[in-house]
Unconditional design. Structure first.
Length: 274
């Protein structure tokens, strides 16, 4: 027999707790995996070492003409600062490819999709965490390299390169190239679901496709197309930005390539089973 207190007690409805991770939680999860995976940590360290370690010695062993002004030394400064990025960009590609595909290889992607059933946020978190970390690492390293190289080449004011459009665009171009390659490699990793396959694919876009398009005669394939291939755009952004129009074209081409690969990865995640 029910008591008066039990009759008057309000009805309570059980609300099951949600287990879906927020986007911030997904990003934190990807960052934890990035800093705990030994292979990725080694590649990140090698990226920093190559970016600075190949550039700084060249600047110290370069003997500028004593009669040159600080402004006249800017082309030499840009070239020496960006030397290390010619190799580092391939390490960035490998980091993105491995980070994008590793969850599919070890089966942990099932846990991620269980925590975020919509799937697209999982890819977005990978792009934000891995791409952001890679870009931040390159940004800090290239900034330190630029300061050291400028001091090695000339006693001129540190603000001189910042007043030169070509110098600023060249340094910004390295960050755009890093972000574009990282995003594209991660997308290929999620698309192909194989670290080795994604690495070969991104290297094919960077090297093989670029060389293949360059061998096609201009009568068959306009040079404007070959000059805006994935690899050609990255190469342009890792060089001195003497031509602003060419630099902007490379940025637009790389954004288009990265956006297309990301779009294919999103479609693959939504339509394919784990």
């Amino acid at each position: 027999m029910s008591t008066a207190a039990e009759v008057d007690a309000p009805m309570r409805r059980h609300v099951p707790p949600t287990h879906e991770l927020t986007f911030g939680g997904l990003v934190r999860s990807e960052l934890i995996k990035l800093v705990t995976a030994r292979s990725l940590v080694v590649l990140l360290v090698l990226t920093a070492l190559c970016t600075a370690g190949l550039s700084i010695p060249v600047a110290f062993f370069t003997e500028p003409d004593a009669q040159q002004s600080a402004a006249e030394l800017l082309p030499t400064f840009i070239n020496t600062t960006l030397i290390g990025m010619q190799l580092s960009i391939f390490l960035i590609a490998a980091i993105g490819a491995i980070a994008g595909a590793s969850d599919f290889g070890n089966g942990t992607i099932r846990l991620a999709f269980g925590a975020a059933p919509r799937r697209t946020p999982v890819l977005a978190a990978k792009l934000a965490a891995v791409g952001g970390a890679s870009s931040a690492l390159v940004g800090v390293t290239i900034l330190v390299t630029a300061v050291v190289n400028w001091l090695a080449l000339t006693p001129g004011p540190l603000g001189t390169p910042l007043n030169d459009r070509a110098s600023v665009l060249s340094l910004v171009g390295t960050l755009v190239a890093t972000a574009g390659v990282s995003v594209s490699a991660i997308s290929l990793g999620c698309l192909l679901r194989s670290s080795a396959g994604a690495i070969f694919a991104i290297l094919g876009l960077l090297i093989v496709l670029t060389i293949a398009l360059m061998t096609v005669p201009a009568e068959v394939l306009p040079s404007a197309i070959s000059s805006h291939s994935f690899g050609a755009a990255v190469t342009t952004l890792l060089e001195s930005a003497n031509n602003t129009g060419r630099w902007l074209g490379a940025v637009a081409a790389l954004v288009a390539w990265s956006g297309a690969l990301t779009g294919f990865a999103v479609l693959s995640l939504r339509r394919r089973d784990v």
